[in-house]
Design a protein around this ligand. Structure first.
Ligand SMILES: *[C@@H]1O[C@H](CO)[C@@H](O)[C@H](O)[C@H]1NC(C)=O
Ligand SMILES: *[C@@H]1O[C@H](CO)[C@@H](O)[C@H](O)[C@H]1NC(C)=O
Ligand SMILES: *[C@@H]1O[C@H](CO)[C@@H](O)[C@H](O)[C@H]1NC(C)=O
Ligand SMILES: *[C@@H]1O[C@H](CO)[C@@H](O)[C@H](O)[C@H]1NC(C)=O
Length: 247
């Protein structure tokens, strides 16, 4: 009781300190997935139930990362793509200001086995595998949807868009083609570093957490496997006006 009264007195005595909260600061994460998965986990959507058994996803890490080793990082593979498979990785980011809006400034290095001028069923393996980035307050969830054609699995609470098109929660920023690479799809090369500031802000939850998601949405029917090697994201506080008019 006495302590509470004292605390109230102190607050009353120093109103200037409590009047305006400090502006939220930028927060950065910097994951080197060649060394450590750093909290990233696989996520797949838009697939027929039986395709699930063919997904391959595993961290391939080494003690000492090197640019020459193009087959390290978080490996994500999908087969046959239902024409439209989404596959990627996501992680929860903590330590943000509760209920604050953030823009996400991405810096991504990944490797893929596809050149920029190759042909495949449904589209070119490199150019028709669109890289998408985004985020959400709540953990993206994939659930089963019964359709006339059977057993389809898709996001229940997250709008990643369709193939090259943006969704509310994700934007298409590039593709996985490696300039000058062969078309056999066996040698992995570096996709040019993807730099993108996504202007549509994502709100941190009441605990100061949100989810970051990166993936590829495919228009190519075949096996696609990529390594996510390095992902840095800077979270930049945004205003409600920016959420209203992000572009
Ligand atoms: C995947 O595609 C290959 C080549 O088109 C085909 O032989 C195979 O049966 C397909 N697999 C599934 C599960 O549909
Ligand atoms: C794929 O991305 C590269 C940039 O890395 C771009 O130059 C190229 O035009 C894109 N290809 C397609 C088919 O969109
Ligand atoms: C915040 O954290 C608490 C304790 O871990 C948890 O019970 C609660 O569900 C979290 N709230 C949100 C919005 O995630
Ligand atoms: C991606 O690679 C470039 C070139 O080596 C490097 O400058 C950049 O820091 C890397 N990005 C990340 C997120 O590590």
């Amino acid at each position: 009781m006495q302590f509470k009264a004292l605390a109230l007195l102190l607050v009353a005595a120093a109103p200037a300190v409590f009047a305006a909260p400090a502006p939220a600061a930028n927060v950065k994460i910097n994951s080197d997935l060649r060394v450590n998965p750093d909290g990233w986990t696989p996520i797949y959507a838009d697939y027929i139930g039986h395709m699930k058994s063919r997904f391959v996803n595993k961290p391939v890490t080494v003690a000492q990362a090197s640019q020459a080793n193009t087959k390290t990082g978080y490996y994500i593979e999908g087969n046959n793509n239902s024409d439209d498979l989404f596959m990627g990785i996501m992680r929860q980011v903590t330590g943000l200001v509760p209920n604050q809006l953030y823009k996400m400034d991405w810096n991504i290095n990944m490797t893929s086995p596809f050149g920029d001028n190759c042909f495949g069923v449904g589209g070119s393996p490199g150019g028709s595998n669109y890289v998408k980035i985004g985020g959400a307050t709540n953990k993206p969830n994939v659930g089963q949807k019964r359709t006339a054609s059977g057993d389809f699995w898709t996001f229940t609470n997250f709008d990643h868009g369709h193939q090259a098109d943006d969704g509310k929660d994700m934007s298409t920023v590039s593709n996985i083609s490696v300039p000058g690479a062969e078309c056999e799809g066996t040698e992995y090369g570096l996709v040019p570093t993807i730099l993108d500031l996504r202007r549509r802000p994502v709100k941190a939850d009441a605990n100061g957490s949100l989810w970051a998601v990166i993936g590829i949405d495919s228009g190519f029917e075949g096996v696609t496997g990529v390594y996510y090697q390095q992902i840095a994201i800077e979270f930049i506080p945004a205003t409600a006006e920016e959420a209203e008019f992000p572009f």
